[in-house]
Write a protein that binds this ligand. Structure first.
Ligand SMILES: Cc1cc2nc3c(=O)[nH]c(=O)nc-3n(C[C@H](O)[C@H](O)[C@H](O)COP(=O)(O)O)c2cc1C
Length: 215
C-alpha cells in the first residue's frame, strides 16, 4: 500500500514555477565542493525520472581523474575552436568566441550521462518502433537532476561541444552506451533568472505564441 499522496498546494506550485524560472545553465562555478551525500541525493532524484518501459537506461560516470578532466577540457576547447570557424567572416564570430561555453576546468564535479541502448530492464517495451525513446528517457533524467540540483542551490552546465565517440572512448565505456550529456556540477558563482546567452545578447527566450500550433 502506498502512503497518502502529499498535497501540492498553491504555494508549492508557485515555488515550482520559481524553480523553473531560476534554473540556469551554469558555466561559472565557485570552487566549493559538493558534498558526497548531496551528490548522491541528486543522482537518486535523477533516477526517479520516467523512462520507456521503466528501463531506466541512464548510466552515470563520475569523472574523478584529473588527467581525464584535462584531456576532456582540451577536447572541448578544440571542438569549440572548430565550431567558431562556422562563424568566420560573420559579425557573430567575435561574439561567439567571447562566450564562455563550459566550466570543465572549474566545476568541482563532472558527470557524463550515457544511455544503455540495450537494457535488460523494460524487456523491450515501447522501443520496438522508437528505440530513441531510451535516449529521451535519459534526457528526462538529466532534467530531473538539473532541477533537483537547483533546489539545493547547486548549478549544472550541459556541455555538448564535443565528439561523443571520442568521449566514449576516453571514458572506456561499453560500445552500446551512447553519450547523452557531459555535465559540470557545482555551486554557481552567481544566480540569475536570465539565461547567460540572453544576458550576453546571443539568444533570448522567445514567446510561447511562436511555438504553439493548432490543427
Ligand atoms: C542539450 C543541451 C546542450 C547544451 N550544450 C551547451 C554547451 O555546450 N555549452 C553551453 O554553454 N551551453 C549549453 N547548453 C545550455 C544552453 O545554452 C542553455 O540551456 C540555454 O542557453 C538557456 O539557458 P538556461 O538553461 O540558463 O535557461 C546546452 C543545453 C542543452 C539542453
Amino acid at each position: 500500500m502506498s502512503e497518502a499522496p502529499p498535497l501540492f498546494d498553491t504555494a508549492f506550485a508557485e515555488g515550482f514555477t520559481q524553480l523553473l524560472r531560476w534554473r540556469r545553465d551554469v558555466r561559472h562555478f565557485d570552487r566549493r565542493p559538493v558534498a558526497e551525500d548531496e551528490l548522491h541525493a541528486l543522482l537518486a532524484c535523477a533516477c526517479s525520472a520516467p523512462s520507456v518501459g521503466n528501463a531506466q537506461p541512464w548510466r552515470f560516470v563520475r569523472l574523478r581523474t584529473p588527467a581525464i578532466r584535462d584531456t576532456l577540457a582540451c577536447h572541448v576547447d578544440a571542438q569549440n575552436a572548430r565550431a567558431a570557424e562556422h562563424y568566420a567572416g560573420q559579425a557573430r564570430y567575435d561574439h561567439y568566441v567571447s562566450l564562455k561555453l563550459h566550466g570543465l576546468r572549474e566545476a568541482p564535479e563532472l558527470l557524463a550521462v550515457f544511455c544503455n541502448e540495450q537494457p535488460l530492464a523494460g524487456h523491450g517495451l515501447g522501443i520496438a518502433t522508437m528505440p530513441e525513446t531510451l535516449r529521451y528517457s535519459c534526457v528526462l533524467a538529466v532534467h530531473t537532476l538539473w532541477l533537483a540540483a537547483r533546489v539545493r542551490g547547486i548549478g549544472i552546465g550541459w556541455v555538448s561541444i564535443l565528439e561523443p565517440k571520442v568521449v566514449q572512448a576516453m571514458l572506456n565505456v561499453p560500445a552500446h552506451w551512447s553519450l547523452i550529456a557531459l555535465l559540470c556540477i557545482g555551486y554557481p558563482a552567481q544566480d540569475s533568472d536570465t539565461p547567460e546567452l540572453e544576458q550576453h545578447g546571443w539568444q533570448s527566450r522567445e514567446s510561447l505564441n511562436d511555438r504553439l500550433f493548432e490543427r
